[in-house]
Design a protein around this ligand. Sequence first.
Ligand code: NAG
Length: 149
Amino acid sequence: NPDCDCRLAASEIEALRLELDRINKWLTFSLGKRVGQKIFLTNGEKMTFDRVKALCAQFQGSMAIPRNAEENTAIQNLIGEAALLGITDEETEGQFVDLTGSRVTYTNWNNGEPNNVGSGEDCVVLLTNGMWNDIPCSSPFLAVCEFPL
Ligand code: NAG
């Protein structure tokens, strides 16, 4: 009906907001690890860095980057195998940056890492013990994305 008043009433908007809040809570409860205003989710698949990056973006998220110990533990508790992080030193060897190119301040390198072994390791995984290791960007590891709440 083109003559209808198709705007939502304030009460309807409020009802939708509450319902979305409830659905967010179900999602967090059953699937995710929430820290502050972030939730980390995995699809359970092993993928290369480029594919994880595209996947996360497709779902309006970004690759997981733990910014502090609490976030690092949240990712550790989500995974059962090594998971890729949204951090690389592809641009300048030894300088690990996030997906916007900013140097990361929080890091949690395993003993002896990053070591850039073999033909080079410019991507980063979070191991099941929570420590980080640099790995080749062409190797598939568990996909984890982060989403703002
Ligand atoms: C290798 C790791 C390497 C690490 C080394 C430590 C991969 C692909 N390679 O297995 O990054 O520095 O162990 O001993 O995970």
